[in-house]
Design a protein around this ligand. Structure first.
Ligand code: SF4
Length: 250
């Protein structure tokens, strides 16, 4: 069954490189129905995708991993999204509250071991959420980080064992912002205060002139990714459930 899904992905993958973002979204909704959801942290790219999805399908599923360390501006944006698009954001949180994490791992884990902190607050909750789904839609772009540079518009996600759709994978930041302004899309107010990339309060700062747009993430660490979009070899992709597999093509 896994081979069947991967064969289907391989068959469409090259053509999909020429899909418009809207067509990629339609393809995802037609093939997976309620078993596909958009994952977003509500950056500029995510807002483009949410706005596009609202034009392709009503009542699309949208979820976020809420680390409980987000900026007030991000929570405010979530409220504005729900109101504008008439949807309810599915929020996934860590199994550990911030207080429980501190008791188990000590204070300010993000200053000592941000990978563990991201695993507890982002990767594990995401893995749990993706267990409900057959496919997920992300707003990653190839030029954001070296890890993302080989992403395809439609691909098999070996790390989490489901299909991954990246509708704006080949867009530039300039295209993203042109879409936002042309379509009057809401966005995080922190973008107007030199925060091009926004994560948790503890691990995000404004960037200085000339710095890389992601220089404000995990300052002081070599880390550039929280682990959600790390690509693993296809040989690791053996754990898809039969229920996920059976849904493909619905
Ligand atoms: S971004 Fe920082 S605070 Fe947020 S989960 Fe990762 S390490 Fe923890």
């Amino acid at each position: 069954m896994i081979d069947h899904i991967q064969d289907r992905i391989a068959a469409v993958q090259n053509d999909a490189e020429n899909f418009s973002p809207e067509r990629a979204l339609s393809w995802a909704f037609e093939n997976f129905g309620d078993r596909v959801a958009i994952s977003s942290a509500f950056g500029a790219e995510g807002m483009v995708l949410i706005d596009m999805a609202s034009r392709v399908r009503k009542n699309f599923r949208l979820f976020t991993v809420d680390t409980e360390f987000l900026f007030p501006e991000t929570y405010n944006l979530m409220d504005r999204i729900e109101e504008k698009y008439g949807i309810t954001i599915e929020k996934v949180i860590s199994l550990l509250s911030p207080e429980e994490q501190e008791r188990a791992h000590g204070a300010a884990l993000w200053t000592r071991d941000p990978d563990l902190c991201c695993n507890l607050r982002k990767v594990e909750p995401l893995r749990r959420k993706l267990g409900e789904l057959s496919a997920w839609i992300t707003s990653i772009r190839r030029d954001q980080t070296s890890v993302r540079s080989t992403a395809r518009r439609i691909e098999w996600d070996s790390k989490f064992g489901l299909v991954k759709i990246n509708p704006i994978v080949d867009w530039t930041s300039k295209q993203v912002w042109r879409y936002i302004h042309d379509h009057d899309v809401p966005y995080n107010e922190l973008h107007n205060q030199d925060y091009p990339s926004i994560g948790c309060t503890h691990c995000t700062r404004a960037v200085r002139p000339g710095e890389d747009p992601r220089a404000g993430r995990w300052p002081g660490f070599a880390k550039t990714e929280c682990g959600l979009h790390i690509i693993e070899p296809a040989s690791n992709s053996v754990s898809v459930s039969s229920s996920k597999a059976a849904k493909f093509g619905n």
